[in-house]
Ligand binder design. Structure first.
Ligand code: SF4
Length: 79
């Protein structure tokens, strides 16, 4: 079943977050949307709090976190 959003971007129902620390500039836009799964120590790159699995209630905020990253340093992947 698709899970199309109002902007027409399909979001998988079950998804994983992936972080590319080599691209991350550490300005923490993403972690403001999703502090449960993304944290930042000091000014370094953001990191995952777990294995990247996104609980269903956090999926929409995860999608926003990915969309707000100007460096494309985080990605939403199907689980
Ligand atoms: S918004 Fe992107 S570049 Fe900024 S901290 Fe998050 S992952 Fe890193």
């Amino acid at each position: 079943m698709s899970n199309n959003t109002p902007d027409g971007v399909a979001a998988p129902r079950h998804a994983m977050l992936r972080v590319y620390p080599e691209h991350c500039q550490g300005h923490a836009r993403c972690s403001e949307f999703l502090p449960e799964l993304l944290v930042q120590d000091g000014y370094g790159p953001v990191r995952l709090t777990g294995d990247g699995a996104i609980p269903s209630p956090l999926l929409e905020r995860a999608r926003l976190a990915v969309a707000c990253c100007p460096e494309m340093a985080i990605e939403l992947l199907p689980a």
